[in-house]
Design a protein around this ligand. Sequence first.
Ligand code: SF4
Ligand code: SF4
Length: 440
Amino acid sequence: MKTEFSLTQLADPDIAEADKILRACVHCGFCTATCPTYVLLGDELDSPRGRIYLIKEMLEKDKPPTAEVVKHIDRCLSCLACMTTCPSGVHYMHLVDQARVRIERDFSRPIAERALRAILAFVLPRPKLFRASMIMARLAGPFAGLLPAPKAAATPGLMRRIKAMLALAPKGLPAPGPSGGSVFAATGARRGRVALLQGCAQQVLAPRINQAAINLLTRHGIEVVLVKDEQCCGALTHHLGQDGDALARARANINVWKKEAEQGGLDAILITASGCGTVIKDYGFMLREDRDFASPAAQISALAKDITEFLGGMELAPTTQKGDVTIAYHSACSLQHGQKITGLPKELLSKNGFVVKDVPESHLCCGSAGTYNILQPDIASRLRDRKIANLATVKPDMIAAGNIGCMVQIAGGTSVPVVHTIELLDWATGGPKPGSIGQD
Ligand code: SF4
Ligand code: SF4
């Protein structure tokens, strides 16, 4: 694609990067076939190719984005299916990230929307506040029907979004898991030492996921540390275009993880929520222009691993007789498109005694996508229903996924237990049988 940035614009490293990405696009449109919003809405402007044009215009003209541009960028899930499909290697993720920052900076959203985004950005990364908000949402849930009916509109209004938020609140909340600073010693001879990302929403909604990881790892000779003063990875605010907050969190995490690696040694930083993993693996890029953090950020990104990547290099010993349990494996977009981890989780489950079934349209997003199911509830619920119909075709006993956002989204529409891959692997190697998300 031909671009027309001025030399002054190209002196900005972000614009130079956008120029490189845009020039790689050859307009072929292959990406449209796998883009969930194009598949649902059939509008070229809701396809990757259409959005790439809109972003090009916005950046070249260097003017505040129009409401129309914002509408189509907001509808993008950042699922990255387009990156998997693109034959030219267009790095759509870095382009749309930049567009979101630009929109956040230059576009004036309606006041109610600004307030909602500010609340989400403030509450979600703070587990104590998030826990309190979930309790309040649960209490308010029965009154959701009293809210005025949402008006039909191209962009959902505040009432529709509040209803979506209330619908996501779980029926009960489990007791909090172990806090930062905890160290779990390896059973027997120590074969390694890792940090385990505590996560923010996940530690409130399902601390049993990291507990399963701790159980399995320590049982196999790996010491696990929950690093003190670790923060939210920044993914939530990064995807809302609030890069000041996201980068501050990245820098804070780099500092505490670097200190831990220097003092106690770390073979890896393990992540059980793939949405977080994709962003931590991108810290090196996000901070590439920061003289003080570019190098440590790249080192931290290199240490970051999805839990299944780490387990792929270990020999696990199945010990539990489970009978034939059929698993429908839901491939989270951040894992399959963001981190290119596709076959490994399924191989691990099969090797450890589960019957793993491939699911039709597994490349399509479930509609969770961070805060997307709150901000774009109509598209998100259509994608969820489609995902659940596809999962149901393999008649699973359980649905497995590697990302808490997908687990909550899918569990909201099915009675089949939705569990994390690590819970199944823990069960297979001596841990407890997992229940479903939201049933705690
Ligand atoms: S990230 Fe997903 S929703 Fe966005 S353009 Fe790419 S395929 Fe479509
Ligand atoms: S598949 Fe790649 S090169 Fe083709 S239109 Fe989409 S982004 Fe551009």
